[in-house]
Every structure is written in C-alpha cells, then in structure tokens.
Design a binder for this molecule. Sequence first.
Ligand SMILES: Nc1nc2c(ncn2[C@@H]2O[C@H](COP(=O)(O)OP(=O)(O)OP(=O)(O)O)[C@@H](O)[C@H]2O)c(=O)[nH]1
Ligand SMILES: [Mg+2]
Length: 499
Amino acid sequence: MPIAALSAATRDDPLAHITAPPPDETDQQRQARLIAEAEAKRISDAIDEEIQQQERLAKKGQVVKILLLGQSESGKSTTLKNFQLMHSPKAFRAERASWRAVIQLNIVRSIRIILEALAEHQAQQNAPRPGTAQGPSSPASDIKLTPDHLKLKMRLAPLLQVEEALIKKLSPAGSGEVEATQLAQAPTSSGPIGRYKDKELAVNSSFAWKGVFNRLMNSTRDSFDSEVIDWDNPEDPGRVIDACSEDMIKLWSDPTIKRLLTAMSIRLEDMGGFFLDSIERVASPRYVPTDDDILRARLKTLGVTEYRFNIKEEQRLGLGSITREWRIFDVGGQRSLRCKRIIQKQDGAAWAPFFDDVNAILFLAAISAFDQALAEDPGVNRLEDSVLLWKSICSNPLLSQTNIVLFLNKIDILKAKLDSGVRFADHIVSYGNRPNDVESTSHYLRRKFAQIHKEHSSAGRSFYCHFTTVTDPKSTQHILVDLQDTVVRKNLAQSHLVG
Ligand SMILES: Nc1nc2c(ncn2[C@@H]2O[C@H](COP(=O)(O)OP(=O)(O)OP(=O)(O)O)[C@@H](O)[C@H]2O)c(=O)[nH]1
Ligand SMILES: [Mg+2]
C-alpha cells in the first residue's frame, strides 16, 4: 500500500501499518477478524488477571507479621530499634535529631530524680517522721547534706524548665499524639521502687513527635543534617544542659549523694534512659546521638505502632533469594493499655484485623526486675507480673497456633544487680539457697517460663528462648537473624511448603 494512502495518524504509527486490516477486506472477513480479536483480548485479560492473582497470593505468603509483647520497659521498642538498625539503618540514623531531644529529656529526668531525693531527705532531716522510709533508724538518717550540696541543687534548678521546653518540642501543638504530662507529676508515696517511675514522657503510636524533625527523617543522607538542629538557637535546650554539665557531673559523682541514693534504694543506672555516666559527651554543645545512645534512650509507647521492612533471605533453606515484607507491631506494655488490648482481642474486636494472622509473638520479660514493683501498681512485683502475662499469652486460645519466642532480657542489669549484692532469693523466695549469680538465676527463670509454656500451650508448640541484652546491637542482631530463620521456617512448615 502506498504510504500516501494512509491517514496521517496511521502514517505516524508504524505498528498501525502492520496491524491495519487489509484494504480489500470483505464484510465476512471483517466479522471473523473482530471475533478473533475479541477472543485474543479475552485470553489476554484472563492471563493478566491470573498473573495479578498469583502476585497477590505470593505477596500474602511473603508478609511476615510479628507482634512484640511484654510489660512496660521490658525492651520491646528497643528490640524494634534493632530491627530498624539492621534493615533500614539510614532511616534509623535519620531520626537522630529526634532522639537527641529524647536523650536530653532522659538526662533531665535523672537529675530531677536526684534533686527530688535530696529535697525529700532534707525535709526528713528537718522534720523526721518515724516509720517512713527515712525514719530516724533508716540507712539514710545519718547522711548529712552540706551547704555545697544545696548550692548545687539550686544551680541545677534551670534544668527543670528545660524539661518543659523539651516536652513542647517533642509534642507538636495540636497533634494530640503525645501524652507528655506524666513527667511533671508529683512523686507518689509508693516507696523507693515505684516512687519515680511514673513520671515519663510517652508517645502515641503514629510517632508524630518525630514529625518535628521531618526534614531529617525524609533525608536519605547518612550524615547528620546541620540544618535540622539550629545549633546557634539561644532557645535550644542543649545550651542549658551544656551550661549545667559540670554541676551534673559533680552531683552524680558526689560520694554522699551516691550513698544517699543507695540508702533510698534508687538505682538510676538500672533505669531506662540512663546517661549520667556519659554527661560530658552527651551534654556537649554539638552532641549527636550514636546508635548505642538511641538504643539506650527511653520513650514510653502508647497504643500500637506498625513498622514495615523488606527483608531479603539469601539462599536460605535452599529456596534461593527471596524478599519478604516484615510487619512488626510494637505494643505499649503499660498495664492498663495491655489489659484492655488483650481483652479486646479475646472479644475478637478491634485488634482482630491486626493480629489474627500474626506469624509469631516475640515476648520480652525483663528478668532484672525481680526486686522492682510495677510503676502503675506499686503493690505488684514486676517479675511476677511478667510471668502472669506470659501465662495468659501461652494459654490464650486465639493465639494457640502462633509461635512464641521468649527474650529473657536485661541480662546486663541482672548481672550488675546481683554483683552489687542484691539477693535474688530475698525477692523470689522459691529460689531458696541456690547461688546468687547470673548463670543460676537466669537458668532458674528459664525453667519457670518453659514450665508455664509446656503446661499452658497447645500440643506441639515449641519453646524458643534467648537470654538478651537488647541495648547491645551486636549480640541482639545475631539473635534476630536466628529469630528470622525460625519464624520463616515455621511459617513455611505451617504452609506445608516444607516438611
Ligand atoms: N541496660 C539495658 N537496658 C535495656 C535493655 N533493654 C531495654 N533497655 C532500656 O530500657 C528502657 C525501656 O525499654 P523500651 O524498649 O522502651 O521498653 P518497652 O517494652 O517498649 O516499654 P513500653 O513502651 O512502656 O511498653 C529503654 O531505655 C531501653 O534502652 C537491656 O537489655 N539492658
Ligand atoms: Mg515501647
């Protein structure tokens, strides 16, 4: 056909030229051609739909859902940070500006606890009340504060105003996402263990607090962006913290104050967000948090947060390389929150869409907390509460098919506590006169948790348990790789893909 015979549009499209119907096509031929084309389209659409369906199914099989459970401060969010550090280190590091503010808040909280202890001691010295924790015969009663201590206390007072500024910074106006009020509450009279624990900054699930530093969060750069922190801003809380750093060091290293804190059973170094041993570095004007600092920072979770990672499995299980999406749900462990949630789950209500097809539960128990009370209920021993929670998870019929991996966490604090002379058997009477060392106590607890698992799990559920210090990224990441393997293997076995 001469080019001149084609329409302008067809001339521009060489394919149209090839597929165009013959110019001398009869009505019959045209009819047959249209039927053939319709049939070809039907087959092509069916193939497309089949491919899409396969993709959907494949995707479904490749999503792994993990639920982090355990009481408040057991280390759930810290475990999640380890996942982030492993699988999206850039995003993890891009949040450093936000964590800097949290760490500053953690420091102020530690100082506040000391200043409140000094005030309490001072009040007791001026007007001793018999029968209280600091009555005349208490271990603290012979500790005398000097005028220098009181001057130090006054010089550190501006730090308390910094607290307010930091909370404001971390709670964007009108977001409704952050419940920061708990930090400024008056101390309760629940004794040394529960006294200070309820004063914490807590964030809601959507992490709007990090939005303040959004530019940095979205950055793909691995370096710290000096645009995000206005180092020269006179309002930057870091300035007051820097100005107070020498006095903070003096306060924390003072032997009388150390003795007073011990006498009042306040072990700041065991609490989350403890940075007083690194004040010089952390309070320095251009401080940028390290990975370890972020893992040690404390920010309480409210609600549920979902994180997604793509995890590539290299040649494991002989199936070649495959990328799976992992969804990890971090649940606030404070008692009121978790009870409500679990009840809701048992009712099959609000949480069902999240958790019905969870592949594994990662349960954390802070076994160093054997001598501590719950912040939310000072009459309850933390370890006992953790064991009861473990029992309720193992025996929950809705979770009977879900694999559970147990992390007996905070081994480092357990060791430090026992080494400092705290006796395990004084709090866990059933321990009897076994050795007061980390090896014996941790294995004793492992057996307890295993026994409950055996008695309350459905038949055939395996017991997976690790001793962990999740603030140590190196050892934790080994364990998480192991966990990934276990979960994937179990998942495949349940889908009858492997034996
Ligand atoms: N030394 C030490 N500190 C730990 C360990 N695990 C967690 N922490 C610290 O304990 C604090 C509490 O940990 P989180 O991960 O916030 O606890 P959580 O279970 O998420 O607590 P909620 O959000 O209240 O449910 C943080 O400051 C952590 O850095 C550990 O193994 N050793
Ligand atoms: Mg948390």
